[in-house]
Ligand binder design. Structure first.
Ligand code: FES
Length: 171
């Protein structure tokens, strides 16, 4: 049952089952009939695998008998889920209305121009993940950037560039 997908199989050499899939299967069985089964199962999968890669989402869709598009849609809608390996650092730029009108787009643009970072992607060296938020509910600090979960107020393009560049150059 577990050999249908090509995920890392740390225990495959000795023939024992992959405990991460065992735990995921258990969660699927326990939640199959619940309305929020998909969220529960995605949580468990992320706990087990670190992030939700396509093979895991395909497996979940098949086991819960849901369209892959729906599973993928939920996995990408909620920020607590990640479909890529985690980076050491995350920079979020708020592009809600208040931040956008006070220059939020320029924060994003300088990262793309100077560091070739794009929203929703990891940096080429895998150290920084850049994402866009749609209002973090703190519009008085616009334009805001969130560095590793900490909100920084009234950021300039130079501020954001210095912070993210520093991360990228870390050994
Ligand atoms: S729009 Fe950025 S915090 Fe509200």
């Amino acid at each position: 049952m577990l050999s249908r997908i090509s995920l890392p199989q740390p225990n495959i050499e000795d023939g024992s089952p992959n405990p991460r899939f065992h735990s995921l299967d258990l969660t699927i069985r326990q939640n199959r009939n619940r309305q929020d089964a998909l969220i529960e199962v995605l949580h468990r999968a992320q706990e087990q695998f670190g992030y939700l890669e396509k093979d895991v989402l395909t497996y979940i869709a098949r086991e819960l008998k849901l369209p892959l598009s729906r599973v993928y849609g939920v996995a990408t809608f909620y920020h607590l889920f990640s479909i890529q390996p985690k980076c050491k650092h995350t920079c979020s730029i708020c592009l809600g209305t208040a931040c956008y009108t006070k220059g939020g787009q320029a924060l994003l643009d300088i990262l793309t121009k100077e560091l070739h970072l794009k929203a929703g992607e990891r940096s080429p060296n895998g150290k920084v993940f850049l994402r866009v938020e749609r209002c973090i509910g703190n519009c008085g600090v616009a334009p805001a950037a969130i560095y590793d979960g900490h909100v920084s107020r009234q950021q300039s393009p130079e501020d954001v560039l210095a912070m993210v560049k520093g991360w990228m150059e870390e050994p």
